[in-house]
Design a protein. Structure first.
Length: 148
């Protein structure tokens, strides 16, 4: 999946990590799937892994995984087993790809809506160290050359 398919629908200023973009349980489920390093996974496998760490209902895990599928963060396919049909899931993005996509969307939106204010804040108000400023300068010079 392209990271462009996932669309940030919320940004919680007072949260930390991926919880700024997703609900806490959605982040827990994604982290669990990433940490299991196996794909695809059934809801039961994710549930059993999470249940060892916290009290949680199978149906809660199932509905959270379905929601993550609807948000295009998980992919799934229907499997046939001895108990009937069931879905197996895998991540559409790595953790780093998700972070990059979400950050790009938020910054793109800020620049689109408040361009000059954002640039001024980053350059004047943010306490950037010399290395960060040098990197920004190099990127800006590179960008300006490509516009010529």
């Amino acid at each position: 999946m392209s990271s462009k398919e996932y669309k940030v629908s919320q940004y919680k200023l007072n949260s930390e990590g991926l919880v700024v973009f997703l609900g806490p349980l959605e982040v827990e489920v994604m982290n669990e799937i990433w940490s299991l390093k196996k794909a695809p996974l059934s809801v039961r496998e994710v549930y059993e892994s999470l249940r060892g760490k916290k009290e949680i209902a199978y149906t809660t895990v199932m509905s959270t995984m379905n929601l993550l599928y609807e948000k295009k963060l998980l992919k799934r396919k229907l499997e046939k087993g001895k108990g009937g049909h069931y879905y197996v899931y895998w991540t559409a993005l790595s953790e780093e790809e998700l972070k990059k996509s979400a950050v790009e969307q938020v910054i793109d939106s800020l620049i689109k809506n408040f361009g000059e204010t954002v640039v001024n804040y980053i350059l004047k108000e943010k306490n950037l160290d010399e290395k960060e400023l040098k990197t920004m300068k190099e990127l800006l010079e590179e960008r300006l050359k490509s516009k010529e």
